[in-house]
Design a protein around this ligand. Structure first.
Ligand SMILES: [Zn+2]
Length: 108
């Protein structure tokens, strides 16, 4: 007959207490996960905002063709180009298109 470890039944309430603490732990983990997820979304949005800010007003300018740019350049030069979208698009185009920039500078 081997020696038996002294063994006592669990005190009343210990198991349900254990269960509650496990449930509380998993609730904490779940809310922590939600927090982390929310945090990464916020970081993504902040990064996007920084990207939009760093690319400046050109970010909301619709791209235009060289033909369109050359149509807009004369009114841009004489200051009659008032449409904000056209203005932004033309500025963005001139910033990136050497051909139209040369055309623009010739007309100045
Ligand atoms: Zn162009």
């Amino acid at each position: 007959m081997p020696d038996r470890e002294p063994w006592d039944p669990c005190p009343a309430g210990e198991l349900s207490g254990l269960q509650e603490s496990l449930q509380a732990r998993s609730r904490r983990l779940r809310s922590r996960r939600r927090f982390l997820l929310g945090g990464s979304v916020a970081v993504t949005l902040a990064g996007l905002g920084t990207y939009l800010l760093s690319s400046g007003s050109q970010a909301n300018a619709a791209p235009i063709s060289c033909i369109r740019a050359k149509q807009l350049i004369p009114s841009y030069i004489d200051g009659t180009l008032k449409d904000r979208q056209n203005l932004l698009s033309l500025k963005a185009h001139l910033a990136h298109c050497p051909v139209c920039r040369v055309y623009y500078e010739k007309l100045l």
